[in-house]
Design a protein around this ligand. Structure first.
Ligand SMILES: [Zn+2]
Ligand SMILES: [Zn+2]
Ligand SMILES: [Zn+2]
Length: 103
């Protein structure tokens, strides 16, 4: 957000802001866990699910976490698509407090 602005409006891109990490979704999310049946499951990183490249939905780089709600995120419990697998019964998402991501 504190990038130098160049007054050019050619490359203005708007990213949605993640409500969990508080950052724009132009990079991956903070480390986070889902609570499923009272158990904590660490989120699966982009790439650890066998996919390649930058996530088309939330822009997580390989090795970064998807933002919660991303339709590419894999359920850490059953391995299905997290937003539709039905495991994610708790809305509780635990997000690690972040120490400034180096971009
Ligand atoms: Zn996020
Ligand atoms: Zn994603
Ligand atoms: Zn699941």
């Amino acid at each position: 957000m504190s990038k130098k602005s160049t007054n050019t409006e050619i490359h203005v891109r708007h990213y949605a802001t993640c409500e969990y990490c508080g950052r724009e979704m132009d990079h991956g999310c903070n480390r986070h866990w889902y609570v499923i049946n009272r158990k904590k499951y660490e989120a699966i990183k982009n790439g650890d699910d066998g996919s390649e490249g930058v996530c088309h939905d939330c822009n997580a780089r390989p090795g970064e976490y998807h933002h919660p709600g991303c339709d590419m995120e894999v359920c850490p419990k059953c391995g299905g698509q997290l937003i539709s697998c039905g495991c994610h019964i708790s809305d509780k998402v635990i997000v690690e407090t972040y120490k400034k991501l180096k971009l």
